[in-house]
Design a protein around this ligand. Structure first.
Ligand code: SAH
Length: 222
């Protein structure tokens, strides 16, 4: 990986990226223009393994190392839309993976804290994201959250969990939004948006999705 993300400008993939954005908008109904602009500017090809670079702007999930995957562009766009990120949002992300989704969040929010369970993935993502000054990555069990910077305006979990981890709900600010795939089978989830209001938690469901399992104290056992 030679270049790090976060450097602007056109590259040999600019047209492929613009095409991906058109497809997200016209065929899949992604309508938040800020989200589409972020998807149009982050160089996804720098986040996928070299062998898959030519597929980087297709609407596919792709394998990364350690049996993990980089999510397909559509699910990244959908989850980002559901978060309703503002310029001042402080965001916690669980499941850094390649760091692609992290970069999208960093284009939209203020400060991003991201936790990855697999140390090698966390350090590779950190290198890729070095161009962003508003991202902090650490290796660890994200189901415990990251107390030090809490509360968070937004929390995004990019792995499938049997429940909404209690520490994440506790570290969510009032008025905050948690987006998380939840399901009682490891490979099948329902995408949920949970709002923390003064009256309690409000849940909305956005349909079936498939993520690798969230493994940790408040997620799945190994
Ligand atoms: N958003 C990523 C893809 C995430 S795949 C991207 O754009 O590339 C889900 C990731 O969650 C995997 O990397 C997996 O290792 C990680 N993960 C699983 N359980 C976790 C936990 N308890 N804490 C932090 N990360 C976890």
């Amino acid at each position: 990986m030679s270049a790090s993300a976060g450097t602007r400008g056109s590259d040999e993939y600019t047209m492929a990226r613009e095409r991906m954005v058109r497809i997200l908008r016209d065929d899949f109904g992604v309508s938040d223009e800020r989200v589409l602009a972020a998807m149009g500017s982050v160089p996804r090809h720098l986040f996928v393994p070299d062998a898959f670079r030519f597929q980087a702007y297709r609407n596919n999930a792709l394998p990364i190392s350690g049996k993990q995957t980089i999510s397909q562009p559509l699910i990244v766009a959908r989850m980002t839309e559901l978060l309703e990120i503002g310029e001042r949002s402080k965001i916690l992300e669980i499941g850094t993976g390649t760091g692609y989704q992290t970069a999208i969040l960093a284009e939209l929010g203020d400060k991003i804290y991201s936790i990855e369970r697999v140390p090698e993935l966390a350090s590779a993502a950190e290198r890729r994201l070095a161009g962003y000054r508003n991202i902090t990555v650490k290796a660890g069990d994200g189901t415990k959250g990251w107390e030090a910077y809490s509360p968070y305006d937004r929390i995004l979990v990019t792995a499938g969990s049997p429940v909404a981890p209690e520490p994440l709900l506790a570290q969510l600010a009032e008025g905050g939004i948690l987006v998380i795939p939840i399901g009682d089978e490891k490979g099948k989830q329902d995408l949920l948006r949970i709002r923390k209001t003064e009256k309690g938690l409000e849940r909305e469901s956005f349909g079936a999705c498939t993520f690798v399992p969230l493994i940790g104290d408040h997620g799945w056992n190994e």
